[in-house]
Design a protein around this ligand. Structure first.
Ligand code: NDP
Ligand SMILES: CC[C@](O)(C(C)=O)C(=O)O
Ligand code: MG
Ligand code: MG
Length: 337
């Protein structure tokens, strides 16, 4: 079914400018939304627990910070940008007691609504503005006069104006500069989880690490393997971003293009596609979300182990040494896990 893509002229910024917006969380997405809302003339307050390590960053930016409960009580629009695993407790303890009729509850990703971890009352708007990119780039693009595409969805339209409100919010963070598509919480959640697991994060990281391992285990220099499998990937993906896979194939050598057609499908073969389908069905059935929540409830033993293993991979050691020599690489995000 064809989708409608909304641009700046389709959204009325004055709607969100007339609302008090609480952004709960000041991480990757939270800081980007808050700063761009403020720069778009919207009254914003940040909600963070006492003792949150994000509080000094908010204060450095001259934004006001309250507890999540105080911010929710003050706001007309409550945007939930705490981690997905935290949101259900945050909702019960701090949002629900302050979610009076006529308010709007917003999300940057649909997981908690899609899997019914949060069940808001019927007399509030429930909507989503989900940028299709990392928060730090959402902010960087906004500052540069550009935007990251976003999805909007309305789960409950108690006011009759939830879609217009969501589009107005999306405009304030730069989304309608690039294009905003209306979807459902179900479609956003399932496609977003699939994209990050199979392609963007899980798939891409495993492809890079495995390529690096094959070259280094065969005796080639780790520095060469790093440039070949990680650094150059950005340059190749930039071409796809600009003009699709065809533009990348136009720019690389005919030798590379022949290797692409004849070898690529052997790497990402039918069994990989079957595995991707299995991953999608685990998302749709809720199995992935159950695993995520169970691990979080147990104090994140699996998450912590995987994060440590990833950080210790030899490609990180080689990469750090090489990146330290590239003073010209723009690195506005300094932290890693
Ligand atoms: N990362 C991204 O680019 C994208 C994220 N999303 C969605 O956006 C949401 C936020 O994710 P992300 O930006 O990655 O989150 P981060 O992990 O980057 O940041 C989380 C923020 O929430 C704060 N926080 C933790 N507990 C609470 C609480 N109880 N109440 C209020 N704030 C709290 C953290 O504070 P502290 O510093 O104290 O831990 C931190 O400021 C998620 O729904 C995610 O799926 C959607 C699109 C892309
Ligand atoms: C690709 C990961 C993402 O879905 C995103 C940046 O869009 C996320 O959850 O962080
Ligand atoms: Mg995403
Ligand atoms: Mg995601």
């Amino acid at each position: 079914m064809p989708v409608t893509v909304y641009y700046d002229d389709d959204a009325d910024l004055s709607i969100i400018q007339g609302k008090k917006v609480a952004v709960l969380g000041y991480g990757s997405q939270g800081h980007a939304h808050s700063l761009s809302l403020r720069d778009s003339g919207v009254e914003v307050v940040i909600g963070l627990p006492e003792g949150s390590k994000s509080r000094p960053k908010v204060e450095e930016q001259g934004l006001k910070v309250l507890t999540p409960a105080e911010a929710s009580a003050w706001a007309d629009v409550i945007m939930v940008l705490a981690p997905d695993t935290v949101q259900r407790t945050l909702y019960t303890e701090s949002i629900a007691p302050n979610l009076t009729a006529g308010k709007a509850l917003f999300f940057g990703h649909g997981l908690n609504i899609r899997f019914e971890l949060i069940k808001p009352p019927a007399d509030v708007d429930v909507a989503m503005v989900a940028p299709k990119g990392p928060g730090h780039l959402v902010r960087r693009q906004y500052v540069d006069g550009k935007g990251v595409p976003a999805l909007v969805a309305v789960e409950q339209d108690a006011s009759g104006g939830a879609l217009a409100l969501a589009l107005s919010y999306a405009k304030a963070i730069g989304g309608t500069r690039a294009g905003v598509i209306e979807t459902t919480f179900k479609e956003e959640t399932e496609t977003d989880l699939f994209g990050e697991q199979a392609v963007l994060c899980g798939g891409a990281a495993a492809l890079v690490q495995t390529g690096f391992e094959v070259l280094t285990e065969a005796g080639y220099a780790p520095e060469i393997a790093y440039f070949e499998c990680l650094h150059e990937l950005k340059l190749i993906v930039d071409l796809m971003y600009e003009g699709g896979i065809a533009r990348m194939r136009y720019s690389v050598s005919d030798t590379a293009e022949f290797g692409d057609y004849t070898r690529g499908p052997r790497v990402i073969n039918a069994s990989v596609k079957e595995e991707m389908k299995k991953i999608l069905s685990e998302i749709q059935s809720g199995q992935f979300t159950r695993e995520l929540i169970e691990d979080d409830d147990a104090g994140r033993p699996a998450f912590t182990k995987y994060r440590e293993q990833g950080a210790a991979h030899p490609i990180e050691v080689t990469g750090k040494k090489l990146r330290d020599m590239m003073s010209w690489v723009d690195r506005p995000i300094t932290e890693t896990a």
